[in-house]
Design a protein around this ligand. Sequence first.
Ligand SMILES: [Zn+2]
Length: 203
Amino acid sequence: MNANYPAPIQRLILLLKSLPGLGPRSAERLMLWLMGRGHTRIPELAEALVHLRNHVTECPACGFFIERGAACLFCQSDKRNQKLLCVVESAADVLRLERSGAFSGIYHVLGGKLSPLDNVTPSDLRIESLARRVHELQSEEVIIALGSDVEGESTAHYLADLLRPLGVRITRLAQGMPAGGGLEQVDELTLHQAMSGRRLLES
Ligand SMILES: [Zn+2]
């Protein structure tokens, strides 16, 4: 970094370039924008970040983001099919499926995938509450929308074994998903097709 910048600027650049997707050049470009045309936006941006930290949390049911004290846009919406539950790895996957327009049920964000090598066990994921939700909601179908890598496959089978005794139909996304890949590797059309053509997960 250019050491000729005043210390507060150097501090900001250090902070910005530590963020995902921002390298040193884009951090510097953003700083220059903030010091120029973006100067009047600084208080608004700062306030939005603090507000985000203080007022946005995870929905206790599905794990997606909610504003503290407000209803979940999925779990508490009568526009969504509450009997259709889609299990995904992350909040980003919820956004991908929403963009694809292929799904009108509700979600369950696991928070990762089972991975013995990385010491990720069922108790590290939102799995216990999944079984409870399926029971309480009397779900008709659980769609397992995890990647087709080894961890995704083994997590899918673990979940299917756990949920099958509850008498719920368990499906997974259709073929067409790239082998070994997660939802982040497919475009919206493919995701739409994978959702429409979902198939029963056999034991
Ligand atoms: Zn929710």
